[in-house]
Design a protein around this ligand. Structure first.
Ligand SMILES: [Zn+2]
Length: 595
């Protein structure tokens, strides 16, 4: 995707947006020494952990590990792709976007440009809005809104519209504007082959992202034909499991409340906002996904899922439990009494009752436990309770396995289970351990220790050495002359380290001393960026680069020749590499050019 913009344009945009100013638009920064600090927006921060360096033009959180340049900050903060972040910051700095490169016609047909889709959606949204506002065409739809207690002001705020009862309304309107039919098709606005509009005689809910792009539409039937609600299909711009309705209106309130309330329907969400509950978003008729959790985590550490019945809540509980563990976001479940949907409940019971419902929501673990207990424990027997505990721990263990959780976070969950079940932590640990298969445990251990000792010896040693080499070259680029004689990017077999090596080594071919910001401008992934900043920082705090490099290069060499079987890894990397250097590297300094 980086191909969308050339390197010099990316650099220009990065340089035109001072990270202190951009981050300052999102959080309060206070000077501390040569840097600035603020509450990190990427985790639930209580004391300022996010450092912004004006001289290096990077940010770094010492608590959650987030880090990068101004582009990564916007990518993470606004949930944008790399090219979207570039466009966004280009706009902010008033830099004109370059003309799109010419493509061959066949390539143009194959690849769909998300920007053109956003534009055609924008046009369609206005078209639908005009239909709704039309004195005659829009009357029935406006009556329906009135009946649902949605005011015209509210309709305007959410840009509601109307697809009239004519299957060629949009197609004909587009033809008048010479908008190509295949663009409507790619945007999912017309059926395949352009025979008819997708939305016919429906109330239209445009789905608008936080950057104000119309990414898709939802439509509610006005005449009972077809499904009650339909959405746009997946397009280059829209993936419903990664999209939350109303986030653009709700995100600031979600940050200040530190809680996101998630409902399922468009009208539930709209009604909540119009009643003054503004931290509410809606999934688009799907259940809550890990993608939704990842998005919300950028704004808050807690999500309350609201269901219209206890049965729906029970059905969602296992999934929510898994997401809660894997995404490390607190999830609570609430059910609206008497099988009402949240919209009707808000209308009849009002804001305060809805707020109370949200505040009283049950922690997902507790919810699951209580429902199981009820099911098993009707006659309050010991056997019933035991079966409930058993099934509960089984569910948690399955979620833990799927979530691949580091030991420390598993400890927190065990504490929670101990509180809920009233059992000793030791017992729960023992019970869970039996349920986590040894294979799964090894996998979790490996993931957790990837950069320390990882699994088998060769990999562990090699990974540590790879990391060490990057730390050194990031801080002492002139040592690259030595490094490049002994290792290439292909020697890096830990994917994230290989990606960093590729960027770093490539830059060093043409530049003597690329800055961290320059390296970050070449990195699209926020994860790789965060690791890059981490390595640079870790290296800076160490010293003695030449000696360490000797150890690392020897280690790499010996891994390659598989002569390391007599060395045991230890958790202390530095000592580990010293050992390696001493045991296998004696007398080898000359060999690797460190005279
Ligand atoms: Zn953080």
């Amino acid at each position: 995707m980086q191909g969308t913009f050339d390197r010099s344009f990316v650099n220009q945009v990065q340089q035109a947006n001072d990270i202190v100013e951009v981050a300052g638009e999102h959080l309060k920064l206070t000077p501390k020494g040569t840097e600035l600090v603020g509450l990190c927006p990427f985790h639930n921060d209580h004391k300022p952990s996010l450092y912004v360096s004006p001289s290096k033009q990077i940010f770094k959180c010492f608590a959650c590990g987030a880090g990068g340049d101004v582009l990564k900050f916007i990518q993470m903060r606004e949930n944008l792709t790399f090219p979207q972040a570039i466009e966004r910051l280009a706009q902010r700095a008033g830099i004109k976007l370059p003309q799109k490169r010419e493509k061959s016609p066949s390539a143009a047909q194959q690849s769909v440009d998300p920007n053109s889709l956003a534009k055609v959606n924008q046009w369609a949204a206005s078209h639908f809005e005009n239909n709704l506002a039309d004195v005659q065409k829009g009357k029935a739809a406006r009556d329906y809104l009135a009946q649902r207690h949605i005011s015209l002001d509210t309709a305007a705020k959410w840009r509601l519209g109307l697809a009239v009862d004519n299957p060629r309304d949009l197609i004909d309107a587009a033809a008048k504007k010479t908008i190509p039919l295949n663009l409507l098709e790619q945007a999912g606005l017309v059926s395949a082959r352009g025979a008819a509009d997708r939305f016919v005689n429906r109330l239209i809910f445009p789905i608008i992202d936080v950057t104000e792009r119309v990414v898709a539409f939802g439509g509610r039937t006005l005449d009972g034909n077809g499904a009650k609600y339909i959405n746009s299909p997946a397009t280059a711009l829209f993936d419903k499991s990664n999209c939350l309705y109303g986030l653009r209106h709700a995100r600031h309130e979600i940050v200040s409340a530190q809680t996101a309330v998630v409902v399922e329907g468009y009208t539930d969400c709209i009604m909540a906002h119009s009643k003054g509950c503004c931290n509410v978003v809606a999934t688009l008729g799907t259940s809550f996904t890990p993608g939704h959790a990842r998005i919300l985590k950028r704004y808050a550490n807690k999500a309350v899922l609201v269901f219209d019945s206890d049965a729906a809540g029970i059905e969602a509980a296992n999934r929510a439990l898994q997401i809660c563990i894997a995404q490390q976001i607190d999830i609570k479940l609430a059910t609206v009494p008497q099988g009402k949907d949240p919209c009707d409940f808000l209308l009849s019971a009002g804001k305060d009752s809805f707020t109370r419902l949200v505040n009283d929501a049950a922690d997902v673990f507790e919810f699951k436990w209580l429902r199981l207990k009820n099911a098993f424990d009707r006659d309050n027997t010991l056997a019933g309770r035991k079966s409930a505990v058993d099934q509960f721990l089984q569910t948690v263990a399955a979620a833990l396995r799927a979530g691949n959780l580091p030991a420390i976070d598993r400890g927190l969950i065990v504490n929670r289970l101990s509180r809920i079940l009233g059992l000793d932590i030791k017992d729960i640990n023992a019970e869970l351990a039996g349920r986590l298969t040894s294979a799964a445990k090894t996998a979790a251990y490996r993931a957790e220790n990837e950069y320390v000792v990882a699994g088998d010896l060769g990999n562990g040693l090699s990974a540590t050495a790879q990391r060490e080499i990057l730390e050194i070259v990031l801080n002492e680029p002139n040592l690259f002359d030595i490094v490049k004689k002994h290792v290439t990017v292909t020697d890096f077999d830990v994917p994230i380290l290989a990606a960093i090596a590729a960027v770093l080594f490539d830059s060093l071919k043409t530049q003597q001393r690329p800055s961290l910001a320059e390296l970050l401008a070449k990195t699209e992934s926020v994860d790789i960026a965060a690791r890059l900043v981490q390595l640079a920082q870790a290296g800076e705090e160490k010293a003695n680069f030449r000696a360490r490099l000797a150890g690392a290069l020897n280690a790499m060499r010996h891994v390659r020749t598989r002569k390391t079987s007599s060395i045991k890894p230890t958790c202390d990397q530095a000592k580990f590499l010293r050992n390696v250097a001493e045991t296998v590297g004696k007398g080898n300094r000359r060999n690797i050019g460190l005279v």
